[in-house]
Design a protein around this ligand. Structure first.
Ligand code: ZN
Ligand code: ZN
Length: 764
């Protein structure tokens, strides 16, 4: 066979993951000449000269033997004129041209086993070096400013390589060949301790000293890959109580970082699947059930049956545990109320100085913020609570291509943004609650960054129906500034559309449950049965939960006794019960009298079909939660209370005209609160809602000839609701689908919006 010349272009996650050395080795193995180079669009270009069958083998190897972090989306090959021009195979300098869109750099990756071994090897030049990395590990998304992924385009450019690192960087067969994060104690970033005033604390081993300070009861702000953590002891109550006060977080759970899997097992239960996720290179926080021998402070996750746990993911994290015996440290993202995670040293001094005793800084800039990811398991299924570090911005691959490139801005709380380009959905890391200028500008920056990294030419922007959301206003602004089309998507429609796209299902009976979403009628929705298709309107609202009164609007969301009072007032006189509980209201007896009057006259009372508010009401009636201090708190604590419960009420769902009644169920819980345990009553309420909603969906499936029932919305994070619903739907012989790629909560809304706007057959 004669020799030929072939040009091969690869798109996917192929930069920053050791792909070029792999191509080099594969070419040499197959006796091929030519070169490989990174392109400005994050793809890779390969020129090969040699026997045709050798090129075929090469292409096969490319698919089957690629490095673990690489993901190939597409390979194109084209024969070129000429042959025998190249001597041997080389890796050439990157080009900065941008031709094709849609490739991307990988997410941040936890320290690999090889680097971890070198970190602890006294003979290794990177012994004790806290930022030890190689092509198989280390930060990516948080250090890169522009493509191609080369050192000068990252925040590592401030650290020129020393001779030793340079040598490894240039050796094609070395594990650090072209590893843009390569560094050593001589040439790389340095860590240092400082007081809460920013005064340097001289110490030859600042990281292990930081670990000791934590163990002794100090609070530290520790700079990591994507921002600062606030760290503290997990057993000493004093710093934890101080931290709760300083962060104005009386109840919101803190995540912990454990020394290793064995120490986790001393306080939590870990299944095989959970172990796999904990150790995966994404190293997310996993919500693990506390075990019987739970020995950490109750101030870490008060009132909850589970605790967020992660394993160390940088050399620095491992070193914190070296000189102490602690099983785990609190490691919670450092963000002032309603603001994004803090990333710059100056900013940290200003905003965190009051809350901490010391800082553990390093001198590398963080190009882009990235919070830790959070997941939990429902049996063997993984559920994202937050999809961020370790996952974003890896795209979700869809079966079909979008009709136009579109960006979704999400809703208001726990927001993300999403660029949908061809068949790839690039969902951003966690942004937070977009309610002020800081989070809005973080959202804007993230969109610009993602647009640059993906070479997207955006044509449209999608947002919520809520006229007052910051994201809605921003969408209008962006549409005007850039001449983009604007698509407004109903909140629960976006949730179900996300689920349909994840599973490539064209028609779905969606059960969507959460706290609040703005309905097409301007009312507050949140417990809906939607028939979703890809047709013009996209969805029909076929059924929902009974409307319940919200006395005082937002006040009722904050103080769930108000919701309970509203529901119960339909069945009984509530005056005496409210008076008994007067001390639970900020203004005491006076407030309960006004509330009764309000409910009677309907003054200042709105209505909602929210599933979350019904769960809130039950939590208040059972004395589990009287004030919501963080998003979802009453419902989360109710689920925790219901674990191991029984359905003692066994109420048949009452359905009339497509409405699932909730008043009677709430009343029965109230009336039986002396007779049964909190656990059983909490479980019974879950069972009623789950069976009732599933029954409603099943009835409508039969009427409309649809195959699949899906469950989405924040309440789909609830393991009890999801498992009872699944059983009811399966028993009816139908398919039941849930999210596995994006969060069921509002972190998945931007993706759903982009999908609706991108796949609509007709313009709205
Ligand atoms: Zn490594
Ligand atoms: Zn070096």
């Amino acid at each position: 066979m004669t020799a030929v010349r072939m040009k091969i272009e690869v798109t996917g996650i192929v930069q920053g993951v050791g792909f070029r050395p792999f191509v080099y080795r594969t070419a040499v193995k197959n006796r091929l000449n030519g070169y490989v180079k990174n392109k400005g669009d994050a793809g890779v270009e390969i020129i090969l000269e040699g026997k045709e069958h050798a090129i075929e083998t090469f292409l096969k190897d490319l698919k089957t033997e690629a490095p673990p972090l690489a993901q190939i989306y597409d390979t194109t090959k084209r024969k070129l004129k000429g042959k025998d021009e190249y001597q041997g195979f080389t890796i050439s300098k990157s080009s900065s041209e941008a031709e094709r869109a849609g490739s991307i750099i990988p997410p941040d990756i936890a320290i690999c086993d090889d680097c971890l071994r070198e970190l602890g090897d006294p003979k290794d030049p990177r012994y004790n070096y806290f930022f030890i990395t190689c092509t198989n590990c280390g930060p990516r998304y948080t250090i890169i400013e522009r493509l191609p992924y080369d050192r000068e385009n990252t925040t590592m450019r401030d650290f020129p390589l020393c001779g030793f690192c340079q040598k490894e960087y240039k050796a094609p067969l070395n594990r650090r060949f072209h590893a843009q994060t390569v560094a050593c104690p001589k040439c790389g970033p340095k860590a240092y301790l400082a007081t809460n005033q920013g005064k340097p604390v001289q110490h030859k081993d600042p990281i292990r000293e930081a670990g000791k300070l934590l163990s002794e009861g100090n609070i530290l702000a520790i700079k990591g890959y994507g921002g600062f953590h606030i760290a503290a002891s997990t057993t000493d109550e004093t710093p934890l109580a101080r931290l709760r006060q300083a962060k104005h977080r009386s109840q919101k759970p803190f995540a912990v970082m454990a020394r290793n899997l064995e120490t986790i097992m001393t306080f939590a239960k870990v299944s095989k699947e959970e172990e796999r996720l904990l150790k995966s290179f994404a190293r997310p926080i996993i919500l693990l059930d506390k075990s019987k021998s739970y020995c950490l402070s109750d101030l870490i996750a008060p009132g909850l049956h589970n605790i967020g746990v992660m394993l160390p993911y940088t050399g620095l994290h491992y070193m914190l545990f070296d000189a102490v015996d602690d099983a785990a440290f609190v490691m919670t993202s450092a963000n002032p109320p309603n603001q994004p995670i803090v990333k710059d040293n100056e900013e940290a001094l200003k905003t965190l100085g009051n809350a901490v005793d010391y800082f553990l800084f390093h001198d590398r800039q963080i190009a882009h913020r990235c919070d830790d990811s959070v997941l939990r398991m429902h049996g063997k299924r993984q559920v994202f609570i937050r999809r961020s570090r370790g996952y974003a911005p890896t795209p979700i691959i869809l079966r079909e291509k979008t009709r136009r490139c579109i960006v979704g801005l999400g809703g208001e709380l726990n927001d993300t943004s999403c660029i949908l380009l061809e068949n790839k959905a690039f969902v951003s890391p966690h942004i937070g609650d977009v309610e002020n200028i800081e989070t809005e500008s973080f959202l804007r920056n993230t969109i610009e960054h993602l647009t640059r990294l993906t070479n997207s030419k955006i044509e449209a922007v999608a947002c919520d129906l809520h006229p007052k959301f910051t994201t809605t206003k921003l969408a209008h602004q962006l549409a005007e500034e850039n001449n983009w089309q604007l698509v407004r998507v109903q909140h629960h429609h976006a949730h179900i559309a996300a689920l349909m796209a994840e599973h490539n299902i064209k028609e779905m009976m969606g059960i969507c449950c959460d706290g609040y979403g703005y309905g097409t009628d301007g009312e507050a929705w949140g417990g809906e049965i939607l028939l979703c298709t890809e047709e013009t309107e996209g969805f029909k609202r076929l059924a929902h939960l009974e409307k319940q009164p919200l006395a005082g609007g937002d006040l009722a969301t904050r103080y769930p006794l108000r919701v309970a009072a509203g529901v119960l007032s339909k069945r009984m006189k509530i005056e005496d019960w409210l008076l008994e509980n007067a001390q639970r209201f900020p203004y005491g007896k006076k407030e309960t009298l006004i509330l009764v009057d309000q409910l009677r006259k309907g003054f200042g009372v709105s209505e909602t079909t929210s599933c979350g508010r019904v769960l809130d009401a039950i939590a208040a009636i059972l004395g589990i939660c009287y004030e919501r201090t963080y998003e979802g708190e009453p419902a989360m604590k109710l689920e925790s209370a219901a674990i191991d419960g029984k359905d003692v009420l066994s109420l048949e769902p009452t359905i009339e005209n497509g409405i699932l009644e909730t008043t009677r169920m709430v009343y029965e819980v109230f009336a039986n609160r002396e007779k049964y345990s909190k656990t059983d009553l909490a479980y019974s309420a879950h069972a009623y809602l789950a069976r009732g909603l599933a029954t409603l969906a099943i009835e409508n499936v039969v009427k409309n000839d649809v195959k699949a029932i899906g469950f989405s919305g924040g309440a789909a994070c609830n393991g009890i609701l999801a498992s009872i619903m699944r059983k009811t739907v399966k028993d009816a012989g139908l398919q039941f689908v849930v999210h596995s790629a994006v969060p069921p909560g509002d972190g998945g809304v931007s993706f759903g919006q982009a999908v609706v706007g991108g796949f609509l057959r007709h313009e709205p």
